[in-house]
Design a protein around this ligand. Structure first.
Ligand SMILES: [Zn+2]
Length: 151
C-alpha cells in the first residue's frame, strides 16, 4: 500500500469514527434527557469510539509529517548512486575483474579497475533543474554530495 492510499483509507476511518462518536454522544444525551438525568453519562462504547477517533486523527497527523514514500525515495537515490557503475556493475575506480559466476563471466574493465559508466563520464550534462540549473556528473569523490551534481 502506498503512503497516499494509506492516508485516504485513514481519512475514511476517521470520518466513520467521528460520525459514530457523534451519533453515540447524541444517543447518550437523548437517554439522559428521557430519564431526566442531571448530567449525561456516556456509555463505555461511546468513550471507546471517541478515543479511537482521537487516536486515528493523531495517526493521520503523524502520516502527514512523514515523507511521501521512504522506500521510493531510497530506490531513486540508489539509481543515482548507480550512475557511475561500469558495465560490470562496479563503481568507477573500484576493482573490476568482471563477473566470474557460472555462465556470467564477461571479463572486467581494462586494467582491473572500473572505468565507470561508458555512457556517462565526469562533467557530462544530465539534464536541468526546474530553475534551469544544469545537472552534471560530478567528480568521483564528490558524488555523495547533492550540491556537486549542480553546475
Ligand atoms: Zn568494469
Amino acid at each position: 500500500m502506498q503512503h497516499d492510499d494509506a492516508t485516504r483509507e485513514l481519512d475514511k476511518i476517521i470520518h466513520a469514527l467521528k460520525w459514530a462518536s457523534s451519533h453515540l454522544t447524541r444517543l447518550d444525551e437523548s437517554n439522559a434527557s428521557r430519564h431526566l438525568a442531571a448530567e449525561v453519562l456516556h456509555t463505555p462504547l461511546t468513550v471507546a469510539v471517541h478515543r479511537a477517533s482521537q487516536g486515528a486523527a493523531k495517526l493521520r497527523e503523524f502520516l502527514t509529517t512523514q515523507p511521501p514514500n521512504e522506500s521510493e525515495l531510497r530506490s531513486l537515490a540508489q539509481i543515482v548512486a548507480d550512475l557511475d557503475r561500469c558495465p560490470h556493475g562496479r563503481h568507477e575506480g573500484d576493482t573490476c575483474i568482471g563477473w566470474t559466476g557460472p555462465g556470467t563471466y564477461q571479463g572486467g574493465c581494462e586494467g582491473g579497475i572500473s572505468l565507470g559508466n561508458p555512457h556517462l563520464q565526469t562533467g557530462d550534462h544530465l539534464g536541468y533543474a526546474y530553475s534551469a540549473t544544469p545537472y552534471l556528473m560530478p567528480e568521483r569523490d564528490r558524488r555523495n554530495d547533492p550540491e556537486a551534481w549542480k553546475a
